[in-house]
Design a protein around this ligand. Structure first.
Ligand code: FAD
Length: 459
């Protein structure tokens, strides 16, 4: 009898408890869900080609690394539960081991699979795993309460030991895995038809090897970590923040490994406010993961975890539709918003400061349904993580773990881009120099909060 080891969200060899959890005949598998890439929500595609390319490149990379250990990786594409059920039948598998998800859709898939397979879920991507697992019923709804509860102890589960082949496991081989990966061919054909040439692009930037190189560089070699608290609010650049979010989201890097490396650096080199702050931010990620497990589907209702639950899709009249499209395209006429949105569209990433501002603009200035913004981010972000994305959006809207948080766009622009160098870099059409470049185009929508700051642009 075979055990399937589903490596979704855990595309790595280091700190991967899934790889050692099964004994006997074992089959490694990754399944990309067609609906997650080609489906829509509120009329918006759930992913774009860049994320599909990123995923296929990372899976191909993992396949090659497993092959070095003579382990095959079955790659599936389609309806995840049916694909896995078919594979289980082909291999006479009765058990499936997988990374524990955070969101309702993935839990639903495992509930369906549990009808025919014995499912074991292991939390591979949280800081508080195994015996440190918090009780959901009493899990705090405020970040500060959560942090204060955790911080005196700063206890985080240690990473799993490095993976080694043992004679307790007989892994399915490379050739057999290839023959079982027919559904993946569909994806290969699609990629070919749409000129998705992964080889030509640096899409393995978030692979396990590249992620560890980045970690080595950010923490140990260049020690950017020592200045992180001062630089983290920048809008563009290579080292103002860690850029760990994409590897953490796709699971090529584990949060526990990052945490352990920061602590090792603090012990061996130096500990300061900045090294602490990187851990502080990882606690935000952790907080949202448990919040998602606590409130599940409620996160996708119009009023998030507050108010009555209703899941009716956002309604848009013609004017609001136009405003939403302009926001997506970086054509609102507010340079600070447009520059950040164009950066997102070009690179699949945006700084945290930028994300907070464009989200606030959509919610509090354009008065659009926050879920539209969250859905567009879902489509675009290469570090898309369901809990961090929807949790942060709901937070700014006031439907999550905070009251509403409107930002004054102009004040923020002046504070974080005082010379307007960021907006001019992204918006070549801007001709004015200095902070006046932040002046919104005539007719653009700004709530009173912003209007009070416009006079500052001429000072
Ligand atoms: C509207 C909105 C949507 C967001 N969507 C996502 C998302 O889909 N995926 C995602 O990983 N982050 C998301 N974030 C959080 C944050 O913006 C990114 O994690 C961060 O910008 C990634 O860059 P970094 O890795 O260099 O972060 P750093 O500043 O170096 O932080 C280190 C790590 O801490 C975690 N972290 C930092 N800030 C937050 C935060 N506010 N919430 C949760 N975790 C955090 C991330 O894992 C990050 O990699 C969102 C924030 C907002 C305001």
């Amino acid at each position: 009898m075979t055990t399937l080891v589903l490596l979704n969200q855990c595309l790595r060899l280091k700190d991967n408890p899934l790889l050692t959890a099964a004994t006997g005949d074992v089959c490694a598998v990754v399944a990309l869900n067609k609906a997650t890439f080609f489906g829509q929500q509120y009329g918006i595609f759930r992913a774009n080609l860049a994320r599909l390319r990123q995923q296929t490149a990372l899976i191909t990379d993992l396949k090659q690394r497993l092959a070095q250990h003579n382990i095959g990786l079955v790659t599936l594409f389609g309806h995840t539960t049916s694909e896995l059920q078919t594979l289980a039948q082909q291999l006479n598998a009765r058990m499936l081991i997988a990374a524990e998800p955070t969101a309702t859709e993935e839990y639903g898939q495992f509930r369906q699979l549990a009808q025919t397979l014995k499912i074991t879920l292991i939390d591979c991507n949280s800081l508080l795993a195994a015996s440190l697992r918090p009780a959901l019923a009493t899990f705090p709804d405020r970040f500060t309460t959560f942090r204060k509860q955790l911080e005196p102890l700063l206890r985080v589960s240690p990473p799993a030991p490095d993976f080694r082949l043992t004679n307790k496991q007989q892994w399915l081989g490379v050739t057999q895995a290839e023959t079982l990966s027919q559904s993946w061919q569909q994806l290969a054909e699609f990629s070919e038809q749409n000129s998705v040439n992964t080889a030509a692009l640096d899409l393995v930037k978030h692979s396990e090897t590249a992620s560890w190189q980045r970690l080595e560089q950010f923490i140990w070699q260049k020690q950017h970590i020592l200045h992180y608290k001062d630089t983290r609010n920048a809008l563009i650049g290579d080292n103002y923040a860690s850029f760990f979010s994409a590897p953490l989201a796709v699971g090529t890097l584990s949060a526990r490994s990052v945490w352990q490396q920061i602590e090792a650096f603090e012990q061996k080199v130096a500990a300061n406010d900045s090294t602490y702050w990187l851990k502080f931010e990882l606690l935000w990620r952790e907080f949202f993961r448990w919040q998602f497990r606590k409130y599940q589907a409620a996160w996708f209702s119009a009023q998030g975890i507050k108010g009555t639950k209703h899941f009716t899709p956002p309604k848009l009249n013609q004017q609001n539709l136009q405003r939403f499209v302009q926001w997506c395209q970086g054509q609102t006429g507010v340079p600070f918003v447009d520059a950040n949105m164009r950066l997102l569209n070009q690179t699949g990433l945006m700084s945290n400061r930028g994300r907070q501002n464009v989200a606030s603009y959509l919610i509090h200035d354009l008065a659009l349904d926050w879920r539209l913004g969250a859905a567009y981010f879902e489509q675009r972000l290469l570090d898309y993580d369901v809990a961090s994305n929807w949790g942060n959006w709901a937070y700014i809207a006031g439907y999550g773990n905070s009251e509403a948080r409107p930002f004054s766009l102009i004040k923020q622009a002046i504070s974080y881009d005082p010379e307007a160098s960021f907006v001019r870099q992204l918006l070549p059409e801007l001709s004015t120099k200095g902070k006046t470049a932040h002046r919104p185009a005539a007719g653009s929508i700004l709530a009173a909060l912003n209007r009070n700051w416009l006079a500052e642009l001429d000072k």
